[in-house]
Design a protein around this ligand. Structure first.
Ligand SMILES: Nc1ncnc2c1ncn2[C@@H]1O[C@H](COP(=O)(O)OP(=O)(O)O)[C@@H](O)[C@H]1O
Ligand SMILES: [Mg+2]
Length: 467
């Protein structure tokens, strides 16, 4: 049979070459944006699947639209049609030799079980920090190959710093040892009573290493907020060091379409959306008032704020509870003109009467016939923090469940910088400027959303007309 030769147009950069050649079990090609990481993943999968017929590669991204816009697009452009056919409904590239490259998404911990039956030979995660560690660990257990195939399955990932998985990805790859070096680890099997050696490796990427990206792209990265710029341009994993919410994204390019960002341009809120107000009291420290609206999908929008600070971080303006109450009502002209009710939630500490009239008592009567009434917020710290993480997570439509208007300057100054508590390492440091965070937490706890990570119990549908 006459064989035709096919030319694959790909000149890997030196880092991409390293990524393809290494024999480590698990590799992270990480750091800056634009370094050619997604391209390397797409070409690596093709090379392995061509070399070993009848093998299966899986390329994961968090959401389907990301998959379409990045790796699927890249694969369609780079794979010669004579050897790879794309099946649109199955999201798969079928190669002429029986190998298949599967493009898959996994937007939540609960959907990882969709892959319980998969047999994966070459496993790829593009943008690994957008995945929880549970997802990575679980899907990795699907890595297996019949002895007859004669292959050693591998895991290859790429990622920018930041996002929900920042902490575990940094620990597993970036901080594991010197860059580029192969790090030998032991994995224990309690069932087999023995340990297995496995090797990880971190290959750092820099935007400037990729001769194929344009200067415009670099200019664009330079305009991002500081931590994001450091991460995306220089691949600096320390830019988010100690940040409790590295997944918080403020991307002005998406203020209008509201995808991949938590900050949006202000808009007129429909009158029928429920309104909430969160309050954290302070006198010598700042107090914080945040106004929120909730859309029909349950998404919260922080649309207005009043932060009682004197311009010096964490310094209050020393006004009385009555003055704060008046200030609140003065700022609610729009709502009161429309007769909208606002559900007010506050730190339970304001109901403390051990020193006479509580702060809540004082705010009920402003002295001019008006008053502000609160209900007690739930201040359970870790549950509240989890609610915020859950709301910040980008869903399959690339939108989160929590947004903040770009006009809420003090939220944007304090929230992304919140550090961990040095003594209780999983909680926010309460010595930090956390008043806005606290007030936001009370509101989120007043409208809790189910964590997608929790197993869902489907009930049989109840039909009242059926007996
Ligand atoms: N070796 C290469 N040959 C040709 N184009 C490349 C190569 N590596 C990367 N590119 C191109 O550079 C751009 C950025 O690469 P990409 O893989 O998306 O970067 P990253 O995933 O690191 O952000 C893409 O348009 C990609 O097609
Ligand atoms: Mg990429």
């Amino acid at each position: 049979m006459a064989s035709e030769s096919v030319v694959i147009d790909y000149q890997p950069t030196p880092k991409q070459t390293l990524f393809h050649a290494t024999d480590a079990n698990e590799v992270l090609y990480g750091g800056a944006a634009g370094g050619g990481k997604s391209k390397a993943i797409v070409m690596d999968a093709l090379a392995r699947c061509l070399r070993y017929p009848q093998t299966h590669a899986y390329i994961f991204r968090r959401t389907y639209s990301e998959l379409e816009d990045t790796v699927i697009k890249e694969a369609k452009q780079s794979y010669p049609k004579s050897i790879a056919q794309y099946n649109v409904s199955r999201h798969e590239m079928k190669l002429y030799n029986g190998s298949v490259i599967h493009f898959r998404h996994c937007a939540s911990v609960s959907s990882m079980y969709n892959y319980a039956g998969a047999e994966i030979h070459w496993l790829y995660f593009d943008e690994l920090t957008s995945f929880e560690r549970e997802i990575y660990d679980f899907i990795k257990t699907r890595l297996r190959a019949k002895k007859t195939l004669g292959i050693v399955p591998v895991v290859r990932s790429s990622s920018n710093p930041g996002n929900i998985g920042h902490g575990w990805v940094k620990e597993r790859f970036v901080d594991a040892g010197p860059y580029l070096e192969k790090i030998v680890r032991m994995e224990k099997s309690p069932t087999l009573h023995r340990s297995k050696k496995f090797v990880t490796q971190y290959i750092p990427s820099l935007a400037l290493e990729n001769p194929y990206i344009t200067e415009d792209y670099i200019f664009e990265l330079e305009r991002k907020p500081k931590a994001l710029r450091e991460a995306l341009l220089n691949g600096n994993w320390d830019a988010f060091e100690g940040q409790v919410f590295p997944e918080f994204t403020d991307d002005a390019q998406h203020y209008a379409d509201r995808t991949h960002t938590h900050v949006v341009a202000p808009f007129d809120i429909p009158l029928w959306w429920p309104r909430y107000m969160g309050f954290d009291h302070g006198y010598s420290a700042p107090f914080s008032v945040g106004w929120y609206a909730c859309d029909p999908q349950g998404r919260l929008y922080r649309y207005r704020e009043w932060y009682g600070f004197d311009g010096t971080p964490n310094k209050g303006i020393r006004i009385t509870p009555k003055e704060i109450a008046r200030g609140i009502l003065d700022r609610e002209k729009d709502e009161s003109n429309e007769n909208l009710s606002i559900e007010r939630i506050a730190d339970p500490a304001i109901f403390d009467q051990s020193r006479g009239d509580s702060v809540a008592d004082q705010m009920r009567d402003t002295g001019d016939g008006r008053g502000v009434y609160f209900r007690r917020g739930d201040h359970t710290r870790l549950a509240g923090k989890m609610q915020i993480h859950e709301r910040l997570r980008f869903r399959e439509d690339d939108r989160p469940m929590f947004y903040v208007f770009s006009t809420c300057r003090q939220f944007l100054r304090t929230f992304p910088a919140l550090p961990y508590d040095p003594v209780k390492p999983e909680d926010v440091d309460s010595a930090a400027e956390d008043h806005i965070y606290d007030e936001c937490r009370y509101v989120c706890m007043a409208r809790p959303i189910a964590s997608e990570g929790m197993p869902t119990h489907k009930r049989a549908e109840y039909d009242p007309l059926e007996e």
